[in-house]
Ligand binder design. Structure first.
Ligand code: EPU
Length: 416
C-alpha cells in the first residue's frame, strides 16, 4: 500500500510549476475517438488517471504513444464500442466514452459506474440527454447498452444541474449529430471551455462555450488536431493552500489565476497575501489563518475539489469557520482523519463547523480520495511530528510528482 510520510514544521518557499488539467485532458483524450487519425495533446500531466484512460482507449482500439508530457492518439476507422467494468471501476470518468462511441458507432456498451468515495454520483442527466437525441438504453447485467438508429439527432436539452460530465457527453454527441444541439444550463468550467476549444480545432462548430447556453451545430465529420491542455487550477490551488497552511511563500507558475478567482479570494480573506499576473500567482500565508465561510458551487463558485485542502487550512484558523458542500453527499469522509490529527470539526448534513485549533499533531491517516489525500498532506505539513498518509496512490491519480514538488519547496516528505 502506497504511503506518504510527512514531517511537519517547514515553511514552504519557492516556485512550483503546474501541468495540464486532469479533468480536461481525460476528456480531450476521449474526444479523439470522434475522428480517425493521429491526434496530439501537449501539456499532458504525468498522472495515474492518464495512464488509466490510455488503457480505456487501448481497449476501444486506439494506439497511444507517449512523449515528454505529450500524447499521440492514433484512432482507427473501426472502434470496439465498449468500456468494461474492470476499466470503469478504476476510473469513473470513462463514462464520457458514451457520447463519442454512440456518435461514431451507433452503439456503446459501457459498464454502469455506480457510486464512489464521494457519494452516489448518478448519471441520469447523461442518459436523459442522450435519449432525447435518439438513443435507446437498456441495462444488461450491469452494463449500459445504448443504440441509435442512424445519426444522433440534435435537440434542446435542459440540464437540471450544470453537470460537467453530462455537458461533456452531450457535446460529444452533438458535434456529429444531425442539426443543432442546444445545452441549456451547461457547465461553465474552464475545462469544458478548453474541451470546446479542442473540438473546434477538430472542426466542430460550437458557440457559447464558457456560458450556460451552448449551441452545437452538428457537422458531417471531424479531423484529428493538436491541442495544448489548459493548466490544472486544482493543482495550482493545492500549492496555494500549501503556502497558506505553512505560513510559507509559494509562487505557482504555468497556471491561469482567473480560473481560481473564488478560491484565491477566500485565501485572501483567510489572511494570505495573494498576488497574481499572467500565468503565475504568489501566496504568502499568515502565521495563523483568519476563519472564513464558503459554500462549494459549480464554476465560478468555490470548487468542491478545493474544499478539503481549504478545510485543512481553516482547521488551524484563529476562530470558527462554517462551510457547505453542495456537490457531493459523501465528501466529508476525510474529516474523521483530520480529527485524529487534533482538528475540531463537526459535520451535519452538508455543513461543517470548523473550530480552529492552535496545533495539529501528526499521526497515521488514510486518504479516502484524491483531494482529501492532498488535504491530509497539507495538514501533515503544519502538524507537529510525523503524519503517515496511507492509500496515497489516490493522490497520484491527480498530482504529478506531488511529494517531489513539495520537497522542492522545502517540505520534509517521503514516499513510505
Ligand atoms: N449528478 C447527477 N446526475 C448526473 C450527473 C451528475 O445527479 O447525471 C450530480 C453528481 O452526483 C454530483 C454533481 O451532480 O453530485 C456534480 O457532478 P458532475 O457531473 O458535475 O461531475 P463529474 O463530471 O462526475 C467532474 C470532475 C470531478 C469534479 C466535478 C465537479 C472529472 C473526471 N471529474 O466530475 O473531479 O468534482 O466534475 O466539478 O472531470 C476530482 O478531480 O477530484 C473530481 C472528483
Amino acid at each position: 500500500m502506497s504511503k506518504l510520510v510527512v514531517e511537519g514544521g517547514a515553511r514552504l518557499q519557492g516556485t512550483v510549476g503546474v501541468m495540464g488539467a486532469k479533468n480536461a485532458v481525460l476528456k480531450e483524450m476521449v474526444s479523439a475517438l470522434l475522428a480517425p487519425g493521429r491526434h496530439r495533446l501537449t501539456n499532458v500531466p504525468g498522472i495515474l488517471d492518464v495512464t488509466l484512460m490510455c488503457e480505456v482507449l487501448g481497449h476501444i482500439g486506439c494506439r497511444v504513444e507517449q512523449g515528454d508530457h505529450e500524447l499521440w492518439l492514433v484512432v482507427p476507422d473501426q472502434l470496439l464500442p465498449e468500456a468494461p467494468i474492470e476499466l470503469v471501476r478504476q476510473m469513473r470518468a470513462s463514462i464520457v466514452v458514451l457520447g463519442p462511441l454512440l456518435a461514431r458507432c451507433g452503439e456503446a456498451r459501457v459498464a454502469l459506474p455506480g457510486g464512489d468515495d464521494l457519494g452516489a454520483r448518478p448519471i441520469d442527466m447523461h442518459l436523459n440527454g442522450l435519449e432525447a437525441m435518439g438513443v435507446d438504453f437498456e441495462l444488461v447485467h450491469g452494463e449500459l447498452v445504448g443504440r441509435v438508429d442512424g445519426r444522433l439527432k440534435g435537440t434542446e436539452v435542459e440540464l437540471p444541474f450544470p453537470s460537467v460530465g453530462a455537458t461533456e457527453n452531450l457535446l460529444f454527441a452533438g458535434v456529429l449529430a444531425e442539426g443543432d444541439t442546444v445545452i441549456v444550463n451547461a457547465a461553465r468550467e474552464p475545462e469544458i471551455e478548453d474541451l470546446i476549444t479542442q473540438l473546434a480545432e477538430m472542426g466542430a462548430d460550437i458557440s457559447g462555450g464558457g456560458t450556460s447556453l451552448v449551441t452545437v451545430h452538428g457537422v458531417e465529420k471531424l479531423a484529428p488536431a493538436e491541442h495544448h491542455v489548459v493548466p490544472d487550477r486544482l493543482e495550482a490551488g493545492t500549492y496555494a493552500t500549501a503556502a497558506a497552511i505553512t505560513a510559507g511563500d509559494v509562487t505557482v507558475t504555468g497556471c491561469t489565476p482567473e480560473h481560481l478567482r473564488m478560491e484565491l479570494r477566500k485565501l485572501s480573506e483567510a489572511g494570505c497575501e495573494v498576488e497574481q499576473g499572467n500565468g503565475w500567482l504568489r501566496v504568502r500565508g499568515p502565521e495563523r489563518p483568519t476563519p472564513v465561510d464558503f459554500a462549494t458551487l459549480p464554476f465560478p463558485g468555490f470548487h468542491t475539489d478545493m474544499h478539503p485542502q481549504m478545510v485543512a487550512v481553516l482547521s488551524i484558523a484563529a476562530g470558527t469557520s462554517v462551510i457547505t458542500e453542495n456537490l457531493y453527499d459523501a465528501r466529508f469522509r476525510y474529516v474523521g482523519e483530520l480529527a485524529r490529527m487534533g482538528a475540531d470539526i463537526t459535520t451535519e448534513a452538508q455543513h461543517a463547523v470548523i473550530r480552529g485549533v492552535e496545533q495539529l499533531s501528526g499521526c497515521p491517516v488514510l486518504a479516502p480520495d484524491i483531494r482529501a489525500g492532498a488535504a491530509l498532506v497539507m495538514a501533515g505539513l503544519r502538524a507537529e511530528g510525523i503524519t503517515e498518509v496511507a492509500d496515497a496512490s489516490h493522490i497520484d491519480r491527480g498530482y504529478e510528482e506531488f511529494p517531489e514538488r513539495l520537497r522542492a519547496l522545502g517540505a520534509r516528505i517521503e514516499r513510505g
